[in-house]
Design a protein around this ligand. Structure first.
Ligand SMILES: Cc1ncc(COP(=O)(O)O)c(C=O)c1O
Length: 395
């Protein structure tokens, strides 16, 4: 049969959007290894390695560390179907698109969802978090640590401290922080933290690491109604990976190879070095953006994600036109904003293998050309500003 695009030959892109991001050659190499079955002892060894390697990346001593077969949303759904029961009060810290998705899934579970709203691009003060949680006295609290729709970082410590006061469980979405920024599950008091494979971990999409505190596992044991999802039932999943290895589903073996390799790369780089790299490239990018006369959407520097940057698109300039030029002329993918930020920001991922000095400099150069071509009076060279930043940081 003649197929439209002929033999598989995907275009070479520089992936600098909100994810997926660039994948290391070693991870591709792992993906092409022959599979074993999902009940082979070798597969369970792969799983054990992943479990061990996930501990430091999540920043946790929790013995319960799992991988859900599915993308980041499957991690979110797993957290909600296991820990939120019909009639429970779920308090959501709502400052972006993914908080809305959490609310939506919570409502589908029959939870009474209450929300503390903030404009997209802001986060919550300690007092706001405490006042909301103490007023609502929810069973479960949920927040997004790294909001990919806005570029805002909310570590979660103040939220968790307030939640402890009313004995609420804390769910934290760490999809865009894991592997690129400190997640610090234990230090921040997050009971259930989930992520994905295709962002800071630099794997293809398809897996969702998750960890649960002993307190969360206790709640799970106390649950009276069965978990309404078979596929995301953590007890059944645990029965498969642990103990008797009772069949639950056919795990995507190749993706587990890939995730193990990606986590080994992180281990070899060292977490502190990795965080330093992400922070440095983020700061260099910001220096370049500001030199060109643009602004970052997130005002407070310490509230900006290192992994996902949201420079504002200047008034009168089309973000779609900029992105088209980046793609056509430089093969660089960045994405635009959506919801209240549609047309107002670019979403630039500097995470995992995409977070390099070369990428930052290339993107700034490409963006400068695109801005000039669209008629924006660029103030100064963003690339040169970033180069000076790197030189000063190295001195
Ligand atoms: C913060 C956050 N949560 C959840 C998700 C959902 O992940 P996925 O698209 O892998 O299902 C994303 C995806 O970008 C995200 O950024």
């Amino acid at each position: 049969m003649a197929l439209g695009i002929g033999p598989l030959n995907p275009p070479k892109r520089i992936l600098m959007g909100p994810g997926p991001v660039m994948v290391e050659p070693r991870v591709y190499e792992a993906l092409r290894q022959p599979i074993v079955s999902h009940v082979d002892p070798y597969f369970f060894q792969i799983f054990e390695d992943i479990r061990a390697l996930l501990g430091p990346v999540f920043g946790t001593q929790n013995p319960f560390r799992m991988v859900i077969s599915g993308t980041g949303t499957s991690g979110m759904e797993t957290a909600l179907v296991n820990f939120v029961e019909p009639g429970m009060k779920l308090a959501v810290f709502a400052n972006g698109y993914f908080c809305d998705r959490i609310s939506n899934i919570g409502e589908r579970q029959g939870a009474v969802v209450v929300r503390l709203e903030k404009p997209w691009g802001e986060t919550f003060s300690e007092e706001e978090a405490r006042e909301f949680v103490l007023r609502e006295k929810p069973h479960v609290v949920a927040f997004v640590q790294a909001e990919t729709s806005t570029g805002v970082y909310t570590p979660g410590k103040a939220i968790s401290a307030a939640a402890r006061e009313v004995d609420a469980l804390v769910i934290g979405d760490c999809v865009t922080s894991l592997g690129g920024m400190p997640v610090n599950v234990d230090e921040n008091g997050i009971d259930v933290a989930y992520s994905c494979s295709q962002k800071g971990l630099s794997c293809p999409p398809g897996l969702a690491p998750i960890t649960c505190s002993p307190r969360a596992m206790e709640r799970l044991r106390e649950r009276r109604r069965p978990v309404p999802s078979f596929y995301f039932d953590l007890k059944l999943i645990d029965d498969y990976y642990e103990g008797q290895h009772r069949y639950h589903h056919t795990a995507p073996i190749s993706m587990f190879y890939a995730l193990r390799e990606a986590l080994r790369i992180i281990d070899e780089e060292g977490l502190e070095n990795r965080f330093r790299r992400h922070r440095l490239n983020h700061l260099a990018f910001v220096a370049g953006i500001e030199a060109m006369g643009l602004q970052m959407h997130v005002r407070e520097p310490e509230q900006r994600l290192w992994t996902l940057n949201t420079p504002r698109v200047p008034e009168g300039i089309s973000d779609a036109a900029l992105r088209r030029r980046l793609l056509d002329e430089y093969a660089i993918e960045v994405l635009g904003g959506f919801g209240p930020l549609a047309g107002k920001v670019l979403r630039v991922g500097l995470m995992g293998a995409s977070s390099t000095r070369e990428n930052v400099l290339l993107l700034l150069e490409a963006l400068e050309r695109a801005l000039r071509a669209e008629g924006f009076p660029v103030k100064a060279s963003g690339r040169e500003a970033a180069e000076s930043f790197y030189a000063a940081a190295a001195a």
